[in-house]
Design a protein around this ligand. Sequence first.
Ligand code: BES
Ligand code: ZN
Ligand code: ZN
Length: 483
Amino acid sequence: MKFEFSLKKIEEISADFELVFIQNKNIKNLKEYKNFFDLNNYTGEGLCIDLNSKKLFIELKSLDYEDIRKSFYEAYKYLEKLNIKTIKTPSIIGECVVRSFSALVEGIIFASYKFDKYKSEKKQSNIKKIIIAKNDINNKKFNHDEAKIGISRGEILANATNFTKNIVNEFPEFYTPLQMAEDAKNLAKANKNISCKIYDEKFLIKEKMNAFLAVNRSSVHPPRLIHLSYKHKNAKKRIVFVGKGLTYDSGGLSLKPSDYMVTMKADKSGAAAAMGIIKAVAELELEFEVHCILGVTENMIGGNSYKPDDILISREGISIEVRNTDAEGRLVLADCLSFAQDLKPDLLIDLATLTGACVVGLGEYTSAIMGNNENLQNDFYLSSKKSGEYTTILHFNPYLRELIKSNIADVCNVSSSRYGGAITAGLFLDKFIRKEYKDKWLHLDIAGPAYIEKNWGYTNFGASGAGVRMCVNFLIYLLRNNK
Ligand code: BES
Ligand code: ZN
Ligand code: ZN
């Protein structure tokens, strides 16, 4: 898909189809376009088509970035069924020019995303080019360089998000830890500013990552610790992302019921998001040093499984009582967060599909933000809102901390209560954060939006690439505000 910003007026541009935006009105009641409705051209989703003049009328609810994304998504979804190659559209400028153009491009690229490699019959669209005219629907004047920056940012963000979706959507027998390592190496090969180191189980043993190793024990696929890094020559800060990379989570001996096991190929979403993030950061050439530490393994079942009642000595030296082998993500992350802190980060962010409780509490569209630094959490929350991802802050409290105490070890891997599971998982991770990094750490539980088995908003069935846009937008926010 090509995006072109044209300095011509929309009337002067030639294309197979034109988008016309209708604001502040209900498209069904619109008198000016009554003819089309009489001809039954109302398509039912805020869209109305005129095949004679080759125009698609689209309702634009507001100039919010989310409504821009949604309108272009709907327009593309409708037009992809027709045999057309080029589309022209006016510009749409909301609060910020760059973000508005980025939103437009995101809407289109997300609409064009398909994971159909395993389908014999592929539905291919012929749309090749979107030409964006310089006239804005509200006749606002704007800087055209900013428009071009917005288009490029939108392409990078949306393609990185789709890259993450492709990883998450792959099936578990194919997408093993070795496959993720392969993809990480290829990512580094494709981008000269990214480097990649892969560590095997011998390294994990040497590093005393016993919690991570315990989770891997009954899998026939060996684990991998993947370290991706990128460094700009004017790097302002060192940022480390840690990703939960469970290529499959069966629950282990605390086996999941069958209905809950389906979709657990998506338990690698945190690691996949971190890969998308470093891809986008490198392509945007952001002035940071960024590292991604990915803990990649399966959680399986067998004679060699780790067990409820086991005690594990983690890399930090903190002992863990295992009471449920399905709370495995926090074990892998505990050792990876320990490794990550040795890199001396200025900011440490982990991404994980960590708890079902988070999905129960927040619904399937929202990720949770946790940590000890309220300013950092608030800044992240406000910036994520503009990125198009839904988040909410879940606050720690001392009473919930009580619930992960163990009688026989330093901490227990599950809470003694049925309530507050997303926060108690966050508090478990907090145990492994050293004093000097407490205020530099954020935990993002993306269990809800990472994978949803239906189309929603401008996301198609399956993986959503949750985490990529909100984290990259946060890094851009840090640079713009000198934080
Ligand atoms: N990977 C799951 C969490 C999950 C559930 C992600 C649903 C996405 C959708 C995680 O490893 C898990 O199984 N957590 C348990 C923890 C419990 C045993 C304390 C859970 O949430 O049930
Ligand atoms: Zn689990
Ligand atoms: Zn899991």
